[in-house]
Design a protein around this ligand. Structure first.
Ligand code: ASP
Length: 344
């Protein structure tokens, strides 16, 4: 019996991986990247059907926006039945946000969507881009019990595949640029690619892909620091249109116990703003009530974000705010795992 060739779509969105130096300024800028197979001819050796699609113009991922996530989701949706998996080439700066956003937007995903990029452009001699693309392709093509080994949105970088919504960029220098502080790698590449099958989320039911494209970004982020100014915090919560506020607190979810801070948070909740508490620490999570300083936040009506990354919390809010108007539903769902983004 002849088995069908694996078909994968490589979507190039921009980022260092496809950048060149501007001859005048020396700054890195995106270049047109229509045929990646010419750049990485090694990919042909897999014998897969590889197609590519490039965004025009490619963007530095610092320019990432929900509109571009919708474009990515559109490409996946309209090609979903034609391909066995998707590799998204993306700048590292906001890759964790994009991977988190796509994980929420693509409900019932049963095929791999692997983000990767590089710290050095593909054109540079010591580039990390080639290896990252080659391993991502191999992972996207991998099968376990006749089904895709990774039916998830992941980020592959250096030698690890992480769940996208568990990942943050934490290094601008090393090839090892990402961290997944609260969840183990889904796969590791060495001499072989070793899959950590027990960590992978496999769909419980065979449901059709549902793509959610309504995202609401009326969110603010407040990172706490000793000396935070009352007027500034009050100005943030008074912003017109604000629907949700993420507070990045200390340690296990602690905030200053000053009355003005607690009162301002209460006021925000009273105005209908959803306030979510996540920690500044890359490992571990918020445990509301462990200390007096976080118990007061719980009493003020703030929702604990447990061990979610900032990227997951922000994009999950965008997704939920776009889907539901009832704040209680959103607050409940923020505490639950929808795509494996939270330990609960
Ligand atoms: N500024 C670049 C970007 O995120 C950095 C990179 O690709 O690593 O698009």
């Amino acid at each position: 019996m002849k088995t069908a060739k694996v078909s994968l779509l490589l979507l190039y969105t921009g980022g260092t991986i496809g950048m060149i130096e501007d001859p005048v300024t020396g700054a890195l800028k995106p270049f047109r990247f229509d045929n990646i197979l010419e750049e990485v001819p090694e990919l042909n050796k897999f014998g897969f059907n590889l197609s590519s699609y490039a965004f025009d113009p490619p963007i530095d991922s610092a320019d990432m926006k929900p509109e571009v996530w919708i474009k990515m989701a559109d490409v996946i949706e309209s090609n979903y039945s034609r391909f066995d998996g998707f590799i998204i080439l993306h700048g590292t700066d906001t890759m964790a946000y994009s991977a988190s956003a796509l994980s929420f937007m693509l409900e019932n995903l049963q095929k791999p969507v692997i983000f990767t990029g590089s710290q050095l452009p593909l054109g540079s001699l010591r580039t990390d881009g080639k290896e990252n693309i080659i391993s991502s392709v191999e992972i996207a093509a991998a099968i376990n019990n006749g089904k895709p080994a990774i039916p998830e949105v992941g980020i592959f970088f250096e030698n690890k595949l992480y769940r996208g919504n568990r990942t943050s960029k934490n290094n601008v220098e090393d090839f090892n640029a990402f961290i997944s502080g609260n969840y183990p790698p889904l796969a590791e590449s060495g001499v072989h690619i070793r899959f950590n099958y027990s960590a992978v989320r496999y769909p419980e039911k065979d449901m059709p892909l549902a793509v959610h494209k309504n995202l609401d970004s009326r969110i603010a982020l407040l990172k706490l620091f000793p000396g935070l100014n009352q007027q500034v915090v009050e100005a943030v919560i008074q912003a017109r249109e604000l629907r949700a506020l993420v507070i990045e607190t200390f340690g296990a979810g602690n905030a200053p116990s000053d009355d003005w801070f607690i009162e301002t948070m209460k006021d925000a909740v009273h105005r209908g703003i959803i306030v979510v508490n996540i920690t500044q620490c890359p490992i571990g999570g918020v445990s509301m009530g462990a200390y007096e300083t976080s118990r007061r936040l719980a009493d003020a009506g703030i929702t604990g974000g447990s061990d979610m990354t900032l990227e997951a919390a922000v994009t999950k809010l965008m997704f939920l705010l776009g889907r539901y108007s009832d704040r209680h539903i959103i607050e409940e769902l923020m505490k639950k795992s929808l795509r494996g983004e939270i330990t609960g």
